[in-house]
Design a protein around this ligand. Structure first.
Ligand SMILES: O=C[C@H](O)COP(=O)(O)O
Length: 242
């Protein structure tokens, strides 16, 4: 039985005070959220500590947005799994397209980060997806299969979440057609050794399209950027109508 996982990725938004304000507004909407839906907030490092102390009994779980492959060392600007787990973090986004595009993340470093996350007790959310140019050239499948093949070397698929995020749909309002997202996610699943890995869709998920997206049989959740920044909006996504 695959888990349903709804995760907000705040990216570089919200100070600590703003994060706490969000949480106050958000948790009041979770009373009727079905227990089998995992709700995760992947927030800036600076907000992890105070959110962790205010999570109200664990209905909301915490995620970070990156993790280094070493536990400690001379790696200015990086953060390690022990530093995150000490703060009560359970999940971490790895290989987001913004990391790959702007910060030189490669499939090799993604693989190292995935393994370190798991060794350190974190469940990674691995992001894969194609650019518009790759889609137009008919290279979507080949690109994603290549990412999976390299990123997942020696990665434990019993402690893994994957997010299919077509890059052209991120932050653009140009959502991937739900049936097409379902098709690609089915293909991703066909490449995994563990069919129970939850696979999310990400890319302009909103309160207005989440019901259709979540109705697709292969889609196990959503990784939500912009629409996770407002409590009511993310609550509507988490409380999608099945
Ligand atoms: O990690 C989240 C994705 O990049 C999606 O962002 P978005 O919902 O703002 O399109």
């Amino acid at each position: 039985m695959r888990k349903t996982v709804l995760a907000g990725n705040w990216k570089m938004y919200k100070t600590q005070a703003e994060a706490l304000e969000f949480l106050k507004g958000f948790v009041s909407h979770l009373e009727d959220t079905p227990d089998e839906r995992d709700v995760i907030l992947c927030v800036p490092y600076t907000a992890l500590g105070s959110l962790s102390k205010n999570l109200h009994g664990g209905r909301v779980r915490l995620g970070a947005q990156n993790v280094h492959w070493e536990d400690c060392g001379a790696f200015t600007g990086e953060i390690s799994a022990p530093m995150l787990t000490e703060l009560g973090v359970d999940y971490v986004v790895v290989g987001h397209s913004e990391r790959r595009e702007y910060f030189g993340e490669t499939d090799e470093t993604v693989n190292r980060r995935l393994k370190a996350a798991q060794a350190g007790g974190l469940t990674p959310i691995l992001c894969v997806g194609e650019t518009k140019a790759q889609r137009d050239a008919g290279e979507t499948e080949a690109h994603i299969f290549s990412q999976l093949e390299q990123d997942l070397v020696d990665v434990d698929q019993s402690k893994l979440i994957i997010a299919y995020e077509p890059i052209w749909a991120i932050g653009t309002g140009d959502t991937c057609d739900a049936a097409e997202a379902n098709r690609v996610i089915g293909l991703i699943r066909s490449k995994l050794s563990n069919p129970d890995v939850p696979i999310q869709y990400g890319g302009s998920v909103k309160p207005t399209n989440v019901d259709e997206i979540m109705a697709q049989p292969e889609i196990d959740g959503a990784l939500v950027g912009g629409a996770s920044l407002e409590p009511e909006s993310f609550a509507r996504i988490v409380n999608y109508k099945a």
